[in-house]
Design a protein around this ligand. Structure first.
Ligand SMILES: Cc1ncc(C[n+]2csc(CCOP(=O)(O)OP(=O)(O)O)c2C)c(N)n1
Ligand SMILES: [Mg+2]
Length: 283
């Protein structure tokens, strides 16, 4: 992959991914807005700084594995993959269309570069733990990065997999939680309180790193540190703002599973274009 180290370039990439997202969701007329926008910085950092992969050879055996457990945020992965050269950007407009490779939830067999099929929440944790254990048995030194939503870990299956990962000392597993405090129908702490989440993961024998998931510099530092930790699996609690970058979507759970209409998309793109100019000007 082509590594970008310049922070400004990475910020611009995250902003471009956000613009791609708005255009895709408008065209699809259905899909999720808040989670993907909130995770655009994480995806810019993963695909352009952290992950080892080859877009021209997606099955390369030594690649890092990115398991997307919260499958509903997959549009942000498609946008990052298109920017990274896995497929042409025009294909982004086929999101959720009949026969597309870009299904509303990731279909592993449809699109090279996805690592698992997901949508049913909780399952990706088990998949990732299994892949990490297999990597250890095969003496491979790639990392397995699993992304999950905070509401997602209401699912008991996730906690079974955490115990399994800790028991097997899967220090090649980096489990990233999108800590955005929303889920499908409200605030996470009102529906099923998760805090103190850091202490829960410590008690489950994970290394814990907490960071601002919308801060490119902190993300790079956090992932780099995570790669050096040993003896236990790693949990990165990434505090993000759902809907980040589009002011009228920020922190509103109603945007969990709703696309923008034409007027809203125009407003969002105007805002993101202004942000682009600000980043270019160095603010
Ligand atoms: C097993 C299962 N139960 C319910 C759903 C429906 N569902 C999809 S996303 C979601 C909310 C998950 O919350 P979170 O992971 O925090 O996602 P966010 O709203 O932050 O994007 C729910 C309940 C599902 N996909 N799978
Ligand atoms: Mg959430």
């Amino acid at each position: 992959m082509e590594k970008i180290t310049d922070l400004k370039e990475l910020k611009l990439m995250a902003n471009t991914i956000r613009k791609d997202l708005i255009e895709m969701l408008l065209e699809a007329k259905s899909g999720h807005s808040a989670g993907p926008l909130g995770m655009a910085d994480v995806f810019a950092v993963l695909y352009f700084n952290i992950l080892n992969y080859n877009p021209k050879n997606p099955e390369w055996k030594e690649r890092d594995r990115l398991i997307l457990s919260n499958g509903h945020i997959v549009p942000v992965r498609y946008a990052a993959m298109a920017e990274a050269g896995f497929f042409p950007k025009e294909e982004l407009k086929t999101l959720r269309k009949l026969g597309t490779r870009l299904q509303g939830h990731p279909h592993d067999l449809a699109l090279p570069g996805l690592e698992s099929t997901s949508g049913p929440l909780g399952q990706g944790t088990s998949i990732a733990a299994g892949v990490a254990l297999a990597a250890k048995m095969d003496k491979k030194d790639f990392h397995v990065i699993c992304l999950a939503g905070d509401g997602e870990i209401n699912e008991g299956q996730a906690w079974e997999a955490f115990m399994f990962a800790a028991k097997n000392k899967l220090d090649n597993l980096i489990y990233v939680i999108d800590r955005n405090f929303i889920q499908i129908d409200g605030n996470t702490e009102g529906i099923m309180p998760l805090d103190p989440l850091n202490k829960k993961f410590e008690a489950f024998n994970f290394h814990v790193i907490e960071l601002d998931g919308n801060n490119i510099k902190e993300l790079i530092k956090g992932f780099e540190k995570a790669k050096t930790l040993t003896g236990k699996p790693i949990c990165i609690i990434a505090n993000t703002v759902p809907g980040k970058g589009v002011s009228f979507m920020e922190n509103k759970f109603e945007w969990h599973g709703m696309p923008p209409n034409k007027e809203q998309a125009e407003k969002a793109l105007k805002e993101l274009n202004e942000t682009e100019e600000k980043i270019k000007a160095g603010n």
